[in-house]
Write a protein that binds this ligand. Structure first.
Ligand code: MG
Ligand code: MG
Length: 624
């Protein structure tokens, strides 16, 4: 199946759009008439420009208000308009036009009247060597359901007239996609795909502003694709995404996301079907990760000492030193933190300029090479590393900001082969257990993109996006996690320029990880131990504890312990959480420590305003 995207989905002029589309790896474009009209080249030159980009024009659209008009001047005009467009299509080198169902105030409807119109149009199209596909708009005046559009096409009975399906128009109206399974695949001329978030609103407004890439929304694209596939359709799969954010966003990123979503969607169809189709690409399996193997911070040597000292106050032990580089390994429980102050390190300069930055996250996987291959096939950027044998054992792709994501085979003895032991692991009874979650901060525009990145490459799913209230605006937070929650990532983004998230993401901090949260079995004992080691816990207010005392049914003794150690408290449907924070280090990074009880699944979002306010109080104190 060929991949295609409507030019209307992207920002920029036609040439910029073609650049982005071609770089992302698409086979073709749906040319939106407006994009053509507003571009300063004649049809033949546009045709050449498209083919110079290695693309073809899979569809010309839209043609509106054609069918079901009364006999006379209106109908005649509709036909001569169509003829004019056929002429243009021949010059552009495309053979398929989309006619969307009519909204014309004078339209009379009537299945047979519409079928007759299309039959007559088919005769003209045939003379031009072009074809016409009919699409039911979800808000069409009479035809607003693909089943009715199919009936029009069926009755037209013309070789040059077929049906165009659009997942949004079918699923947005909650029409069962299985109704597609009775349509012959050769009468489906084109398939358009779009997802959308589940929001109750006017269909037209929803469609024009909120469509997004398959997998980014909540519509049943899998059910839709399975039904299309069952018909035997093997033509283009084309993204037609009207989205305000995409149309003002980075065309390259949006095109890449689109291509990634299509490759993923097709591969998922291939996995579900018992009738393999050659033209569907085969990706290696979803990357199953069971743990974060290590997190690496790039730091200038002086900040490596400061951060090392902070880690020691958190019970970490400096257990190893890289054999050939200036990289120290700190360990606590199953957590490995690397401090890389090697001057040849990729982000060394960034770290010298901006302070400590997370430079690598390594995930434990079954087969690192297969994981890498899948990521690359899904459009991840390969990072070429220096030809050093120890590096090549665990391949890397580009992650958030300029950081790396590494895949490490579960069998690889990374520590034994690359590190000298300088101290044995801590045997203290109270330590951090594992990484609970990694919080990355980014521009709001990038959130959908990174969510799609993780959910397509890894065996991960997304939870519902939540609002976190910063004193200076709203921050959106999206959790993506493995199904067993062993690896959890929170992606935070904000448009509100004064929020801490926005300032972190836009402030040139060079990295995107803003905090690491560690899991503990006993937050109170951990806090007590930390205090003994001289660690400063982010202080909370008396008012906070008065409030949780009123809101929750906590025993006085427990409340007293929370207050004493500045521990925050939260509850969700299943369980409770005790969590506390470090003060900020570097350029706005911090650590969190969380004890989950009885299957608490949240991330303490309700406490975020208090954390943010406390961080702000402290930074004011430090700056005064
Ligand atoms: Mg459409
Ligand atoms: Mg957190």
């Amino acid at each position: 199946m060929k991949t295609s995207i409507a030019t209307v989905s992207l920002s920029g002029d036609l040439r910029e759009k073609l650049d982005a589309i071609s770089k992302a790896g698409f086979d073709g474009i749906e040319i939106f008439e407006q994009d053509f009209i507003s571009f300063d080249l004649n049809p033949t030159d546009v045709k050449n420009m498209v083919s110079d980009h290695g693309l073809e024009i899979t569809l010309f659209q839209p043609f509106r208000d054609f069918e079901g008009l009364p006999e006379g001047i209106l109908r005649q005009r509709a036909f001569s308009r169509a003829q004019h467009k056929f002429d243009l299509m021949v010059k552009l080198g495309t053979d398929l036009m989309l006619v969307c169902s009519s909204l014309h105030p004078a339209g009379l409807g009537g299945i047979d009247r519409c079928a007759d119109d299309f039959s007559a149009l088919g005769d003209i199209a045939k003379q031009y060597g072009v074809r016409v596909g009919y699409e039911a708009l979800a808000w069409g005046k009479f035809i607003n359901d693909h089943r009715d559009a199919w009936e029009v096409v069926r009755r037209a009975g013309h070789s040059h007239i077929g049906l165009i399906l659009d997942s949004f128009h079918t699923l947005g109206r909650r029409i069962d996609p299985n109704s597609i399974r009775v349509i012959p695949g050769d009468k489906i001329f084109f398939v358009q795909l779009a997802d959308a978030p589940a929001i109750d609103m006017d269909l037209l407004y929803w469609s024009r502003h909120f469509r997004n890439m398959p997998g980014e929304g909540d519509l049943d694209l899998n059910g839709f694709m399975d039904a299309v596939y069952a018909t035997g359709y093997d033509g283009p799969l084309s993204l037609e995404i009207f989205n305000d954010q995409f149309r003002r966003g980075d065309a390259k990123m949006v095109a890449q996301d689109g291509h990634r979503s299509l490759i993923y969607l097709m591969d998922e169809v291939r996995r579900r079907t018992d009738r393999p189709l050659k033209s569907l690409p085969a990706l290696p399996n979803n990357v199953v990760t069971t743990a974060v193997h290590y997190v690496e911070f790039a730091c200038a040597s002086v900040s490596a000492q400061t951060l090392g000292a902070l880690l020691s106050k958190m019970g970490f032990v400096n257990v190893g030193q890289h054999k050939s580089k200036d990289v120290s390994r700190y360990q606590s429980g199953e957590v490995n933190i690397l401090l890389n102050s090697d001057q040849q390190g990729r982000l060394y300069k960034t770290a010298c300029e901006h302070g400590v930055v997370v430079s690598e996250i390594a995930f434990v996987v079954d087969d690192a090479n297969a994981a890498f291959k899948r990521a690359i096939m899904l459009g991840a950027e390969c990072i070429t590393l220096p030809a050093d044998s120890s590096e090549s054992e665990f391949p890397a792709i580009r992650g958030g900001a300029d950081s790396l994501i590494r895949f490490v085979d579960s069998e690889l003895d990374l520590w034994g082969s690359n590190f000298n032991v300088i101290s044995s692991t801590s045997t203290k009874p109270v330590t951090i257990k594992a990484i609970d979650h990694i919080a990355q901060t980014m521009g709001y525009d990038e959130m959908l993109s990174w969510t799609l990145f993780f959910t397509t490459i890894f065996e991960m799913h997304k939870s519902k996006m939540v609002d976190v209230i910063d004193p200076d605006g709203v921050v959106k937070s999206q959790v993506v996690s493995t199904y067993d929650h062993s690896v959890q990532l929170t992606l935070n983004g904000s448009d509100a320029t004064r929020t801490s998230a926005h300032q972190f993401a836009s402030g040139g901090h060079g990295g995107s990880v803003q905090h690491l949260a560690f899991a503990t079995d006993d937050a109170v004992s951990l806090a007590r131990e930390f205090r003994r080691l001289g660690f400063q816990i982010l202080p909370q207010t008396e008012n906070y504890y008065a409030d949780i005392s009123a809101r929750f049914d906590l025993p006085e003794t427990e409340l007293e312990l929370l207050r004493k150690f500045n521990i925050l408290y939260d509850e969700d449907e299943t369980g409770t959480a005790l969590h506390f924070y470090s003060t900020n280090f570097g350029n706005g990074l911090f650590f969190e420590f969380i004890e989950r009880r009885s299957g608490y699944r949240g991330f303490g979002a309700a406490n975020a305003p208090f954390r943010l306010a406390a961080q702000r109080r402290i930074s004011k104190l430090n700056n005064s």
